[in-house]
Design a protein around this ligand. Structure first.
Ligand SMILES: NC(=O)c1ccc[n+]([C@@H]2O[C@H](COP(=O)([O-])OP(=O)(O)OC[C@H]3O[C@@H](n4cnc5c(N)ncnc54)[C@H](OP(=O)(O)O)[C@@H]3O)[C@@H](O)[C@H]2O)c1
Length: 264
């Protein structure tokens, strides 16, 4: 049917406008932004006109890193397992941008240790997995909080995992770390409201570099236990991150699964 008048025809649908306006010129930090999920988030946010900082261990040294312009992605060094690195990154961002609109915590690492093989869960692995997936998130939020308070419609999106709910994951320390991320997301959502929203996105297993060496049997079992009978793509997880950031203004403290029903 033909539109009744030209102004109606030209009007951008509200949801599309919310996405476009929500990311235009927004300063967004994606910890782990060069990994599978993180890169998909960075690419889409840049396409929508954000100034995107992909922060991880292999990012540019802070004395050489620069704030990207609109629609661009820059890298910056950040090791979430090192409190001094987190502080240095927060200081750099304060100097370069003075504010932060969207923080996506997608950094993380793990190693496969069958859940029953407790003897193989050594201290170094427990500490590293906990720091990379949980305490690093808390420290980064703490140190970036003043910048988020100065941001526009600030939001924190934490990537957790359905492992937090199913109890099945690459190892028990990882399961605990992701459950802790979901728990602090609820706590932060209460503590930082009404100015800052906090959302957890919980994917199930994806085919990224994340848990290298997972046997084919693992993926076969996951598919059998997944009602939708396929794995999510990194773009589908990134879509959920972007929606949580800018399309769900009344959602905070929630865990949104992107798992094809794996956790049911
Ligand atoms: N892939 C899955 O199956 C899956 C399922 C559920 C949840 N998740 C979660 O999704 C998030 C992203 O996973 P992904 O699949 O995108 O993994 P990925 O491809 O391995 O990317 C993770 C990124 O995190 C960065 N990183 C690792 N340790 C870091 C540290 N100490 N400090 C800063 N950055 C660090 C790495 O970059 P650098 O090497 O440059 O530091 C890496 O590129 C993780 O939190 C993971 O737990 C993944």
């Amino acid at each position: 049917m033909a539109p009744s008048n030209t102004s109606e025809a030209a009007e951008t649908p509200r949801l599309i406008a919310a996405l476009q306006n929500g990311f235009q010129n927004a300063v967004i930090v994606v910890a782990g932004g060069m990994g599978g999920i993180g890169k998909a988030v960075c690419d889409q946010a840049a396409q929508l006109g954000a100034c995107v900082i992909a922060a991880s261990r292999s990012g540019a040294e802070l004395d050489k890193a620069e704030l990207p312009s609109r629609g661009q992605i820059a890298t910056a060094k950040l090791d979430v397992t090192e409190p001094a690195s987190i502080r240095a990154f927060a200081d750099w961002l304060k100097t370069e941008a003075g504010c932060l609109d969207i923080l996506v915590n997608s950094a993380g690492l793990t190693r496969s240790v069958p859940l029953g093989e407790l003897a193989h869960l050594d201290d170094a692995l427990i500490d590293l997995v906990t720091a990379a997936n949980h305490t690093g998130v808390l420290r980064l939020v703490r140190d970036l909080y003043p910048l988020l308070r100065a941001g526009h419609a600030p939001v924190i999106v934490n990537i957790s995992s359905v492992a937090a709910r199913t109890g099945i994951g690459s190892n028990i320390a990882y399961v605990g770390a992701k459950a802790a991320v979901d728990a602090i997301s609820v706590s932060l959502a209460k503590a930082l409201a009404p100015s800052i929203r906090v959302v957890s996105i919980a994917p199930s297993a994806l085919e990224t570099d994340f848990a290298k060496g997972r046997p084919q049997d693992f993926f076969d079992k996951t598919l059998r236990a997944t009602p939708l009978k396929r794995l999510a793509s990194v773009d589908e997880v990134a879509d959920a991150v972007l929606c949580a950031a800018r399309l769900l203004p009344m959602t905070t403290g929630a865990v949104i699964t992107v798992d094809g029903g794996r956790s049911l």
